[in-house]
Design a protein around this ligand. Sequence first.
Ligand code: GDP
Ligand code: IMO
Ligand code: MG
Length: 422
Amino acid sequence: MSNTILVGAQWGDEGKGKIIDVLTEGADIVVRTQGGNNAGHTVFIGGQKYVLHLIPSGILRRGKSCVIGNGVVIDPVSLVEEIDGLSKLNVKMNENLFISETAHLVFPYHRELDEQRELLKGEHKLGTTKRGIGPAYGDKAARTGLRMIDLINPERFEAVLKLKIRENNEVLKAFGAKAISFSRVHAAYRAAGDRLKPFVTNTVVLLDKAMRRGANILFEGAQGTFLDIDHGTYPFVTSSNTTSGGACTGSGVAPNRMDRVVGVMKAYTTRVGEGPLPTENAEIADMLHAMGREFGATTGRARRCGWFDSVATRHATMVNGIDELAVTNLDGLDSLETIKVCIGYRIGSKRYEYVPNDIETLTKCAPIYAEFPGWLTETHKAREWKKLPVKARAYLKAIAELTGAKLAIASVGPSREQTIFL
Ligand code: GDP
Ligand code: IMO
Ligand code: MG
């Protein structure tokens, strides 16, 4: 038995889905433990593109089981759509998907509140995915949420939903927003509940039994370290613990049963939504966007881009306990003559070796750069470490060393085969 937690070491979209798909070959079960359909994980297999939002990327390999854990917030209507969409691509879900009874639900009033709060904030908005994630986790923390176990109990669901819609319509009225129709939501959610019921179970007990049988479990992180509700660039974060601890609380698998933490990071930095991004750089953004890269998998927004930030990834190693690194999108840097890497932050003469917690301070931080020579060679066909240009290997080794963990995987393209193990 071996349990691996995989986390994003930056601001999300590091290529977690692709690396999960690769690592699933050696796993029996893949578990999502936090976030909701704000996540968008892209995997290419044989030229076919798959975008996963709530279902673990492990579903793309036959014979593997997938679990949506208790820490995830589920929009059941959107989950049914995802199941149907995958089914059209011949990815079938029968005995291979399990959904936690205690995962909380996302409702249309959460989405509407997400939208209204963003509108009210105006230029101070967070740039959320508008999937209702913040309000849904808010209800969970306030102990006023509904869970999967309620959805599949028709009488209880109807009674509680009635109250919830009445309460939330009062709030929406205060925002000047449209009221939500109980009967419409009830009908759509009950239909989704009937579709999902066969998958709903006690996933904590299921995972425990699997571990006793010696199963290898992979925990698929969503979002990234700097979107973590505790350790991210608050308030420009999501509403769950995206760091490795979230894998334990979000699955019911205890910390002492975890064996390894893998951090996924891009060879540069991206962020979608608002908030500080110290190494943001228009030139690298224009270059990547012109290549058709770095558009969000969930909202289609152009991602903000910048140089690799080792202050941030070193921080990620600390809060996640990252043992091994998977570096993706190396090929995105192939055409650059010089590549910059942030090795510290500076405000005037004061130097920072860590990410300051105060958001205003972080916004003022100017990156201190080291420069690396580019390799000016295409890397997407490389399948072995030795086939990578010497300068690309030196760059990878350097960013891993600055991050403080062992380089284990380099990715040179979106598909499964474009993966180099060290
Ligand atoms: P996730 O949310 O962490 O799973 O990442 P996303 O799927 O949202 O974004 C990562 C993007 O990079 C996707 O479009 C992937 O197909 C793509 N990708 C992942 N690894 C590589 C790589 O090594 N090279 C290239 N060119 N694309 C990659
Ligand atoms: P994956 O799993 C990148 C960002 C949003 C916004 C902030 C809060 O694909 O890496 P939310 O809707 O969660 O309340 O938005 O978090 N965000 C992501 N950015 N990748 C994601 O997921 C994200 N999920 C949320 O853009 O800045
Ligand atoms: Mg993504």
